[in-house]
Structure formats: structure tokens, C-alpha cells
Design a protein around this ligand. Sequence first.
Ligand SMILES: *Cc1c(COP(=O)(O)O)cnc(C)c1O
Length: 383
Amino acid sequence: MTTDQKTAPKIQMVDLKTQYEKIKTEVDSAIQQVIENTTFINGPEVKSFQADLEKYLGVKHVIPCANGTDALQIAMMALDLKPGDEVITANFTYVATAEVIALLGLTPVLVDVYPDTFDINIEAIEKAITPKTKAIVPVHLFGQCANMEAIMQLALKHKLYVIEDTAQAIGADFTFRNGETKKAGTIGTVGCTSFFPSKNLGCYGDGGAIYTNDDVLAAKLRMIANHGQSVQYVHDSIGVNSRLDSIQAAILRVKLKHLDEYAAARNKAADYYDKAFANHPNLKTPVRVKNSNHVFHQYTLQLKNVDRSALREFLSANGVPAMIYYPIPLHMQKAYTDARYKAGDFPVTEALCASVISLPMHTELTEDTLSYVTSKVLAFINQ
Ligand SMILES: *Cc1c(COP(=O)(O)O)cnc(C)c1O
């Protein structure tokens, strides 16, 4: 098979440059204003962004912080989780979710996910609950909500905290059986998100936020993110230094106004991929659930009887980037090896790690690009 890299359009996993060009005037003046005011830390933009995001999410409190990993750590610190406490989370996730649990001396209890949706398996959570369990950390992986209705019921029954990792699903809606709809991250005890540049609401550096509807918890989260300080130079608990820069807040304020439109663009691209790959014997397209919409942080295919590395090499030779999220289950990572777990314990996660591939997904994908990408995937698989 020949490659036509020279004629291929320049395709990226995420095209932040084209996205920026469309909002350049607004973003540039927002950044310029922070520089003129020199309010680089805790400037008025941070408060304004916080208020805008609270309104968008329909949540009482947004606590901005330095990144999504910090958001998870601060949440666990504020809930007074103690060494030895067990925290249940999905094995199939980005490392940060389990990392902060381990970092705080808590015990990460990994559970498998559903093969259709990549989300945490409810029966597996229930089985993993012990008297030491204190919290569940569902991850709304790739942009679709985990089954929050079932998770909240389990949490209520066993008196557990729920810390939503919504780093990949900002803006997604979860609909309960009674018809009530809530934004991802505003359902559990606390929600944690990331504004890493490639996330659905990305800034131009690092950023993150924590959400809660609980006034007392909000004050504690704010205090911990600010050196455990209650009043200036009065420290009530050990905290961290985790702030969202004013420049990043100013950029995020501009981009938040476009978030729904960005989600629609991502859905349009996903629909195109779905159609192109529908009913293909070697490809399983992402399954969409009824109780959550999808904001497609990633578009992830499962390959059946396809040599994944060869496909990836072929795509790369044809100018199409593709990524493997995630190649190694947590329990097979050196840092997280644990006598409790061995190969074969998480059959779904292990199978997914061996079969998933994510295609370019962002807000600027044109039909031409999508047509090119899908034709190359199909050319390799149908050869
Ligand atoms: C990106 C991400 C994080 C961490 O966010 P950072 O801002 O990079 O620290 C945590 N969990 C998940 C699922 C993520 O995708």
C-alpha cells in the first residue's frame, strides 16, 4: 500500500491553534487586561470565572486550583480520609485518579469497567465495599458519565463519599430516572476537573477546579488549596499551594462561552466516525448510554482481530495521528503493583488496554479531514 503523506492534510489529535484563531481577539484582550492590571495571582478574573462556571454547572461552589490532579488530592484531604481508608476507583483510567489515593496513604481499591462504555462497573463496586471503604471515585471516561444514579444509591446505602473525576467530561449531563438532569461533577460529594490544554475546556497551561454544593466542605476545600489558611497567616490544617493563574482564568472565561458549541462540534465528528465504521466486523464504535449525553473528550474504537500497532504505523505514515488511552492497566504498572492483584483479575480493563485506539477528536475537524481519517482506517482494515 502506498502512502500519500505529502498530499495529506496536517491532522492533529487536538487542533488548539485553529480553535484559538477563531477567538483570538477576545482571548488576546483578556490576557492583555491581566497584564495591564498585573493581578497575576487571585485577580478579579479568577472570581469572575468561578462565578461563570458555577452558573454554567448549576453548582453552589467552584474552587479553582492548579490542575486536575491537585483537585482530586485537595478533595480527598478535605474529606479527612486517613491512611488505611479504602477508596474504590476504576482500573481503566488516567493514572492521576489512583495516584492521589496512593500519595495520601489511602488504599486504592481497583475495580473493572463495562466493556461497552468504559465506565466503572457497579456490581464490581458493590463487591469491593468493605468496612474500611470511605469513598468511590467514578471517572467519567472519554466524556460520558458513569452510572451516577446507581453509584449515589450505593454511596447512600454504605455511607460513602463520592468524588467524581470529571476531568474528561466537563459539560456532560446526567439524567436521573425521575427526569432530573445534573452536570457531571455536581452529583457526588465533590467533583474534580482539569483545564489541561487538550481537555474539553482547556486553558493555555495548567488549571483545575473542584465543585461542591456543600457550604462547609467548600470552605474547607478553599482553605486546603490555600496552605490550610483560614485567616491570613493563620493555618488551621496542613494544606497545599494550588491556584489557578489569573491569565488562565481570563482565557477560560472566554472559552466557557463556547463550551456547548465545542461539545456539539465534537459530537458531529463522533457521528461521522460512527457512521463510517457502523457494523464493521472489526470495529466497535463507542456505545452511547441513555442517561448521559457524551462530550467526546476522546473517540475510542475497540479493534477486533486487527493488528493495532500495524494500524497505528499505517495511519502515522499517512499523516493520521492515533493514540492508545490507556495501554497498561493500573494493576500492571510498576508503581501500583500490589499483592492483592495479578494479571487476569480485571479481564475487561485488560482486554480494553489491548484493543482500544483513539482517533483525532477536537472542535475543528472538517468533513474533509474526517473523510480522510476514516478512509485510511478502513483502507488498512479492509485490505
Ligand atoms: C487529565 C486527567 C486528570 C488530571 O488532570 P491534570 O490537570 O493533568 O492534573 C485526572 N483524571 C483524568 C481522568 C484525566 O483525564
